[in-house]
Structure formats: C-alpha cells, structure tokens
Design a protein around this ligand. Structure first.
Ligand code: SF4
Ligand code: ZN
Length: 468
C-alpha cells in the first residue's frame, strides 16, 4: 500500500507522536468542544460508495489557525463476512490509523475523541479531510482485509454534527446495554487487547463480560467477534484457567496472559480490585477510581470532568499517576460500564465504597447503581472538600462511615503504644500505599508491617510550569 501521493508520511512509526498546543494548527474535538464522536457502521455494499470521502462543514484549509472545531468521523464499511459485532472493534482502530499519519495526534475514542493537526503537516500540504479520509480507507482495507468497501464522512460544523452525534450516542448505549446482559461466570473465554502497547508497552487489557475494556469501547461481545475473525490480531482469546480467588477476580490464565504480554513486567492481576494487583491502565481509560484515605472510601472521576476532584487533584494529574501500563494501587483506570457491574472493585468493598463522583457520571449511570446507595454518594454539587464530604457521609449514613470507628480505634491504639515506647508486635501482612491524595497533603498509614529499606524518599511533585 502506498501513500506516496500524500504530502505527509503514514506508518506505525508515527504512533507515539505528541503535538503540543504551540505546534498545532487546529484542534478537533477534545474536552473543550461539546459534541464530537467517531463511529463505524457495517453497511450493505449498495448503501456506500467505495473510496468516497464526504465532508459536512469547513475543510482543514478553511479552518482558522489555533482554533478548535467539532469532529465527527463516520466510517461505513461493507464486505460479505462483516457483522455488526465487529463495529466497535473496527471503530477502535480509528485511533491507531489516525496516529499513523505524521502530523496528526489522536486521543481517546467514541464521544471523547480528540485530535490535533500539526502546523508542519499543514505546511507540507495536509490541508484537506479528503486526504485523511483516503488514508483511513486505504488502511482499513489493507489492515482488515475482510473490509472490501469503505466510505468516510467527516462532520466539522456544530449544527451538522448534531444528528449523527445523537445517532452515535444511541448506538454506544445499545452496545453497553447488551454487554450488561452477561457476567464473567456465564462464559468460558475472556479476551485480551494490546492495541495500546504503542503508548504503554507493558499494558494489555483483559476484557470480560463484567469488565468492559477501560477505554469503554470494547466489550466482551466485540472482543469475541474480533478474535474470531482475526485470531492473531491485537485482540485475542484468553482462557481464564483456574479461578484462584473469586472475590478478587484472579485467574491463572489472566496472570499468564499479562506476564507474557507485559514481557514479564506484571505477574498478577486482580480483575476486581484497584488496591491490590490492579489491572494496568494505559492512558485512554474513561474514568479513574481513586482511594480517599481520609474517609476510607473511593471516588470516581471521569475524563470529561474539568474541575478539581474531591481529593484536590484534577483528572489530568491523577491520569499521570494511573496510566503508562503500571500497576498503581489506589488509582485504577476504568470504563464507565464497569462501574455498573456487580463485580465492580468487589475485592475492595465494591460499589458500597464509592463516596464521590461527578454529577454527570451519577446522572449517566445512576439508574444502574443500588438505589439506596445513590443519595449517599456525593457530587460536586453537595460537597467541595474532604471535611464537607465527611459531614455529608455521616449525615446520609454512607456504609463507609461504619469503618471509621474501627480505623480510629486502631490509630489510637497505635498512638498509645508509641507513647509508651512499647515494642509493637509486627506481622508481615501485605500493605497498600494508596499514593498521593487528600486535599491537605497526604497520609500514609502502614499497619502491621515490617519494612526493610535503605531509604524512603517523600517528594512533593510540583506542577510543571507552562512555558510562556
Ligand atoms: Fe484495547 Fe484496552 Fe487500549 Fe481499549 S484500552 S484499545 S481494549 S488495549
Ligand atoms: Zn489505551
């Protein structure tokens, strides 16, 4: 496949390319634009025209330098072997294929998609969506040979995007609804995905009925369809093997998979925990589950939440802690769908430990959560800091409040021991340091543990200064 007729190079080598604000010609979608989406649909060959690129709205060359615009990408594909279940997996490839283009950066998926086109690519002549559409069509047909015809439509006008945006949301909802009909114990196969390894080389997703991929875009049905048509591709079967720990969601087959795919870096995963051996996070998780030590509970913050979360950190700062393919107890990248699953962080206490989430997330999944718990979960509308959160939880009788007395008693007992200068009996029970958190600095409590270390360094992480 040749791209010699294109003004910029195209290939996997450009996948990790970052385009900073001062290097960008225009931004498309992203958190500051209200409606944007990307969607793949399977069509009959009669409904589309192979190779056609359609544009509704201004073209790249008509856009103002430094500005932001809506972006809707609708890829329609046809082929005798195609089925609807493959749509979500094809859709996830938009991310990869756009990133193949030197001078285009693509982040996220579905309705959180976010792109930048660099000034240098524009100067080289990448000034039309016709080129980007043609590149996508060629890549789709070359990389996924079961696609025989493809057509791409772009929407860059705020009015024109409205209808297709609503249609896209409806389709995402339908996929999510279907995914909620089955659970991990109903199946004998899980799936893995390594599409994000170009950004996070030790990361592989384990996709189960209860744990939709953390990017939110590939559920168990989608993964099953993808692994069936391309078993050697980036989405593959993971036989669960022996269930080692049911509460934690630890399976021998999943451990084997992550060990192999992370090249030995990660050895164990608890599918249902953000606190011990958590599932790794790449960078495109829809939300973060974070531990709040002050209340012994968890918060959830989603990518679209523009404010500082209840622990004093914005999503972006927590995302740096969470992502990159590391196991970071206390910060776990999750999909919004997983929050509604009965397995949600079961090992850590489950949904009953959730004390805070943005109003928008609560509105979106509220009806899927236990209805008696719902009024006990605070949002930015009810509380602004940890002290207010504590009062709120007490007033509403949130289940985590019951754990406070126990914690306080343990703390007091330890303080007494220290005051008395007593030898404190120590076990070697595993411990968890939840990482940086808390509006008023942070607190590290180590219980029943013995530490042998040459040194402990605690450093304040200063926010990076912006260059003027
Ligand atoms: Fe695949 Fe996971 Fe990346 Fe989604 S987040 S594309 S499932 S590796
Ligand atoms: Zn990712």
């Amino acid at each position: 496949m040749s791209f010699s007729d294109m003004p910029v190079d195209v290939g996997p080598v450009y996948e990790g390319e970052r385009i900073r604000a001062n290097q960008m010609y225009v931004e498309l979608g992203g958190p500051k634009i209200e409606k944007h989406f990307e969607l793949v649909r399977v069509k009959s060959p009669k409904e589309i025209k192979d190779g056609q690129v359609i544009l509704h709205g201004p073209d790249i060359k008509d856009m103002k330098e430094g500005e932001r615009y809506p972006i809707g990408i609708l890829v329609e594909v046809a082929g005798p072997e195609l089925e609807e279940d493959l749509e979500a997996v094809f859709e996830r490839r938009i991310h990869e294929f756009c990133n193949f283009v030197n001078g285009i950066m693509h982040l996220n998926q579905r309705y959180t998609n976010w792109m930048r086109i660099s000034k240098s690519a524009f100067e080289k002549g990448l000034n039309s969506f016709d080129m980007l559409g043609t590149i996508l069509i060629r890549l789709y047909k070359a990389e996924l040979p079961i696609i025989e015809q493809a057509q791409v439509t772009f929407y860059t006008d705020a009015k024109e995007i409205e209808k297709p945006y609503d249609m896209a949301l409806e389709i995402y909802n339908k996929r999510d609804e279907r995914a909620r009909t089955i659970h991990d114990e109903d199946v004998d196969m899980f799936y893995g995905c390594v599409l994000c390894q170009s950004f996070a080389p030790t990361h592989a997703c384990c996709i189960t009925p209860d744990r939709t991929s953390l990017c939110g875009s590939i559920n168990w049905f989608d993964a099953r369809a993808a692994a069936k048509v391309d078993p050697k591709g980036p989405i593959y079967e993971v036989p669960p093997g022996e269930c080692i720990n049911e509460l934690a969601g630890e399976f021998s087959g999943v451990n084997e998979m992550i060990k192999k795919r992370s090249l030995g870096e990660i050895e164990r995963i608890y599918l249902y925990s953000g606190m011990e051996f958590p599932h790794t996070s790449c960078g495109c998780f829809e939300a973060i589950d974070f531990y709040i030590p002050e209340v012994n509970g968890h918060g959830i913050v989603d990518r679209n939440y523009g404010e500082v979360a209840i622990n004093g950190l914005p999503f972006s700062a927590m995302a740096n802690q969470t992502g990159g393919g590391k196991q970071m107890p206390g910060f776990n990248g999750v999909s919004i769908q997983y929050i509604a699953s009965p397995k949600y962080q079961k090992y850590d206490g489950g949904i009953e430990t959730i004390v805070w989430m943005p109003k928008a997330v609560k509105d979106r999944i509220g009806e899927l959560l236990p209805q008696d718990l719902l009024p006990k979960i605070a949002t930015e509308e009810e509380v602004q800091d940890i002290n207010q959160l504590k009062d709120f939880l007490k007033e509403k009788g949130h289940p985590v409040v019951e754990t406070w007395a126990e914690l306080e008693a343990m703390e007091e007992e330890e303080e007494e021991w220290i005051e008395e200068g007593a030898m404190v009996p120590m076990g070697t029970v595993g411990m968890t340091i939840p990482g940086v958190g808390g509006a008023g600095g942070f607190k590290v409590i180590l219980k029943n543990c013995k530490i042998h270390a040459e040194s402990i360094i605690i450093k304040k992480i200063e926010p990076k200064r912006r260059k003027k």
